[in-house]
Design a protein around this ligand. Sequence first.
Ligand SMILES: [Zn+2]
Length: 340
Amino acid sequence: MRGAVLYAPGDVRVEDRDDPRIIEPTDAILRLSATCVCGSDLWPYRGLDAVQDPFPMGHEYAGIVEEVGSQVTTITPGQFVVGSFFASDNTCPICQAGYQSSCINRVGVGENGAQAESLRVPLADGTLVATPDLPSDDLVPSLLAASDVLGTGWFGAVAAEAGPGKTVAVVGDGAVGLLAVLAASQLGAERIIAMSRHEPRQRLAVEFGATDIVTERGDDGVARIKELTSGLGAHSVVEAVGTQESMLQAIRSTRPGGHVGYVGVAHGVELPGTELFFSHVHLHGGPAPVRRFLPELIDLIWNRRIDPGKVFDLELPLDQAAEGYRAMDERRAIKVLLRP
Ligand SMILES: [Zn+2]
């Protein structure tokens, strides 16, 4: 099969890789209908995460089950399924509490490389959620979005306790930030402030339900949020970048008693204890337990109540993955869908 492999910063190649096969009796093999490039793939691509050996890339996937192991009971060949970047048993106490991305038996699906024609997914029964039927082609991008960016933006909004009567601010205008706007809107937030200085992203944020756009960042961004909230700060702030600046911007934009949902993968973030102590904000985040939300998200997409697939503004054949990485790295594209 064909699959994308990162050789060194800036060097992604699509090459022939071994077809995945069942290793554990709980595995499933999927033929992927669509996959994509994640903002977090840009960290190793930019050399900010170390690249050791050539590494298969991609952790977002949706497709048709081709084969299942002998212990798989609920997932069957022929089904269209969506799963998360962490495989989980969905039965342990941590999964039962809704934190499948910290499952005691979790396995990273990304190690197998989802930017490929086929993918082995461990713990298939606990990880994969099937759609009611085979989806029409126009639903595939939105179902793929549920695999990570939608689920992650959704968790950010839930962790920030977005809901009726709340003012929600979103730091970060990547696909996750934009879908956190959509999530806050679905959760009934009264006012949603998107922080973005890029016109196409601002437009999509408004389409997803943003009521205000703030172009300032850092301390100026905090001041602007305060201005918009009678000097108090937002009730709920979603942090969807993962840098020191964005994390402090999120905490400082939150009113005392408010909540920060942080879902940007942290890189070099160190929190000042004294400031945190006196801020009186709740912090909750981490790798999103996407599996918790998948049944609800698939239902919303299936019934065409939400269209998160709009974050894909560039679609390429898998063989052109390198161009997809370049387009996202240079911010020419919000998110790139790859067709195997
Ligand atoms: Zn578990």
